[in-house]
Ligand binder design. Structure first.
Ligand code: SF4
Ligand code: SF4
Ligand code: SF4
Length: 261
């Protein structure tokens, strides 16, 4: 664990005083009937049903090579969910829902369905609030530097110096990958020391993120509300300073929240 990650974790503990209580609350939200979702990995956009995905993914890594945000990993030998298969760990890096879904287009095996390279057809899972009390907005707390700094460690297109100094530099002829990762960090930097609405403001659902998540007033502060169009990309999970959110892979809005409004 890097010093920044440790700082972030300590901050979360201090804010929430959670530990086992938080996990119990999460279990209460999901309910036993969704337990199977916790056994699942979050897959890249366009993934076919899990059994088919495990059979079709040929572990070629084409999707992760084209991902400009470095969001996709391949399961290691200790992985339970198919050694070498592609997955996303939103704690490390969410998916940013690229408009043309290059990961889907690059998949040669059909594990990522080329018919689903459209935001209207993508569904990876569903965001849930597992740790409401830790939300900075609920307590009118400002975003700590450590929360912003941590995301530099998730951004491998930056130089080592930039990551070390937590500061973006102007470099000539940046790659598209670098430009996108820098653009994300610049948006995030605006929240340093400010009120937190990161999850709602940086949700990449397009064209209208407010259909996926929005801030609502609660107990003198604000709390995110997950909405019908959430596709479970996990960006909010990665960027939230206090680990308020998680993704339930492959779950639908109806399964988690009941009927659509
Ligand atoms: S949509 Fe973009 S960010 Fe998301 S996994 Fe695919 S290539 Fe990566
Ligand atoms: S609320 Fe937005 S950022 Fe969070 S998982 Fe849903 S679509 Fe992604
Ligand atoms: S990112 Fe959202 S959930 Fe996390 S602390 Fe900020 S407002 Fe709360």
């Amino acid at each position: 664990m890097t010093p920044q990650e440790k700082k972030r974790r300590d901050f979360i503990k201090k804010m929430a005083g959670l530990g086992v209580l938080g996990l119990a609350a999460a279990a209460g939200i999901y309910g036993a009937k969704y337990y199977k979702h916790h056994e699942l990995r979050l897959r890249p956009p366009g993934a076919v049903p899990e059994d088919e995905f495990l059979a079709l993914c040929i572990k070629c890594g084409q999707c992760l090579q084209v991902c400009p945000y470095d969001s996709i990993f391949l399961e290691g030998v200790d992985g339970k969910a198919g050694v070498g298969t592609a997955y996303i760990d939103p704690q490390k890096r969410g998916c940013y829902l690229c408009k043309a879904f290059p990961c889907i287009l690059a998949c040669p095996s059909g594990a990522l369905d080329h018919e689903k390279d459209d935001i209207k057809l993508v569904h990876m899972g569903m965001a849930v609030i597992v740790n409401e009390n830790a939300c900075l907005a609920l307590h009118n707390k400002k975003v700590p530097d450590s929360a912003i700094d941590a995301i530099y460690d998730h951004s491998p297109a930056l130089t080592k110096k930039e990551i070390k100094n937590r500061k973006i530099e102007d470099l000539p002829n940046p790659s598209e990958k670098r430009e996108l990762q820098v653009e994300l960090l610049k948006k995030l930097e605006k929240f340093r020391g400010k009120d937190c609405t990161i999850c709602a403001d940086l949700c990449p659902y397009h064209p209208d993120p407010s259909l996926a998540i929005g801030m609502v007033a609660k107990n003198g502060g604000y709390l995110p509300e997950i909405r019908e169009k959430c596709v479970g990309c996990g960006a909010c999970v990665e960027l939230c300073p206090t680990d308020v959110l998680k993704i339930v892979p492959r779950a639908t809005y109806e399964q988690i929240y009941g009927k659509k409004a």
